[in-house]
Design a protein around this ligand. Structure first.
Ligand SMILES: Nc1nc2ncn(CCNC(CO)CO)c2c(=O)[nH]1
Length: 289
């Protein structure tokens, strides 16, 4: 059939999951590199390895477990992706974003996306948490957009608006919760840019992105945001700044994945606290508690 998954194929995966667990999640969480600990916060877990979910893609990256974890966070029903998919794994972009459509069909209202990213903003330090207020979809500039191909109106409109992609209320909530938790000196907000990867950026690319107003650079998230907004879910996203992108030709710094995972481990606890506090504070009309 056409590229990607049809409405019926998505429906079949969601229906299979709905028969396997009684959890009806209102919040969907995507865990970035080394941030899979978020799923461990869930109580009464029902977990599925991606390979056991019919027709689901497989995770291939170290630091991405490859499990879909259902459960509750202080009583709030959630579903969490422990491990996400990336362009650099060679997946067609529609496969990378399939979980967003599954989340929608499971009844998810709000998606929380986390990722590890390189800091371009010179005020950022390794270990900072950047709330994403907007993004540059660099792969989209080259025509690699998850909505390319026939549009199924049952998901959303042909030409969706992206000027309101990142929910401003949730962005403000994150800043408020962050300051309440005493995280203000490492809590930032900014613009995230996705590149295809797997190679890290050149110095010239970092300098270009910095000139373009990008605060953090990574290899994920924007594709999921586009699909989540297309089908009407609210979106909140954050980046853990795991290294300072190399901006000078005389710098000895070399971006590497181990440094990414190491930083994630150090900051994971505060990041999990921030996200879980937000989930508790979110109001969902059919679950006003
Ligand atoms: N400079 C830089 N630092 C980063 N830290 C994490 N990521 C996101 C990419 N993460 C990959 C490799 O760690 C795994 O998905 C990046 C990146 O793309 N660039």
């Amino acid at each position: 059939g056409s590229i990607g998954y049809s409405y019926e194929e998505c429906r079949a995966i969601a229906d299979w999951l709905l028969t396997q667990t009684a959890v009806r999640p209102l919040v969907g969480i995507v865990c970035g590199s080394g941030l899979g600990g978020l799923a461990d916060l869930l109580k009464d877990q029902v977990a599925f390895n991606y390979r056991d979910i019919p027709n689901f893609p497989q995770s291939t990256v170290h630091g991405h477990a490859g499990r879909l974890v259902f459960g509750t966070l202080k009583g709030r029903p959630c579903v969490c992706m422990q491990g996400r998919f990336h362009l650099y794994e060679g997946y067609p972009i529609q496969k990378i974003t399939l979980p967003m459509r599954i989340f929608k069909m499971l009844g998810v209202k709000t998606v929380i996306l986390t990722n590890a990213a390189g800091g371009l903003n010179q005020d950022f330090k390794v270990g900072d948490i950047m709330i994403i207020k907007d993004h540059l979809n660099m792969p989209g500039f080259a025509g690699n957009n998850p909505l390319t191909g026939p549009n199924d109106e049952r998901f959303g409109v042909r030409f969706p608006c992206m000027s309101d992609a990142y929910d401003r209320e949730l962005l403000q909530m994150a800043m408020d919760v962050g300051s309440e938790l005493g995280y203000s000196d490492f809590l930032r907000e900014g613009v995230y840019c996705a590149l295809g990867g797997p190679s890290f950026e050149t110095i010239a690319e970092c300098r270009m992105l910095h000139k373009l107003g990008v605060d953090a650079v990574g290899m994920s998230t924007v594709h999921e945001v586009i699909v989540a907004r297309h089908c009407g879910m609210r979106v909140f996203a954050l980046s853990l700044i795991t290294n300072q992108a190399v901006m000078d030709y005389d710098s000895e710094e070399k971006a590497n994945h181990n440094e990414v995972l190491q930083t994630a481990k150090q900051r994971a606890q505060q990041l999990e606290k921030l996200v879980s506090t937000m989930v508790i504070r979110m109001k969902h009309n059919n679950n006003y508690s």
